[in-house]
Design a protein around this ligand. Structure first.
Ligand code: ZN
Length: 118
């Protein structure tokens, strides 16, 4: 991959990273407000929103670790290569999803396997 492209993806990933961290802070603020106890009905609602918040946070945390991994790969010089067959990923695919770590063929392979074992 060209140096210019790497810079582009690094910027994109750093942007995503700060977005995730900003969202995480917003979640924390909301969770704090949720600590205020109301009557039982309110409590049920806030428990529901808390579990939603936690699920969202879990997804954000997973995404964050993918972003960090992609950034580490930029440093290592392996960014943009499929982790399974080591073929370069399509630029268009990376632009849409800079944290992608498998080419389309390997991704489909993996999804098929997951379906079999599910
Ligand atoms: Zn592959």
């Amino acid at each position: 991959m060209k140096a210019k492209e790497l810079v582009f993806f690094k910027d994109l990933l750093l942007q995503q990273r700060s977005d995730i961290l900003n969202k995480a802070n917003a979640f924390k603020e909301e969770a704090k407000q949720g600590d205020v106890q109301g009557d039982e009905g309110d409590l049920a609602v806030s428990e529901l929103s808390l579990s939603l918040t936690l699920r969202l946070q879990e997804r954000q945390a997973q995404l964050l670790s993918k972003v960090d991994r992609a950034l580490a790969k930029i440093e290592e010089g392996t960014f943009g290569l499929c982790e399974s067959c080591e073929e370069p990923l399509q630029l268009g695919r990376l632009r849409a999803r800079p944290v992608a770590n498998l080419c389309i063929a390997c991704k489909e392979d993996q999804e098929n396997k997951e379906r079999v074992f599910a």
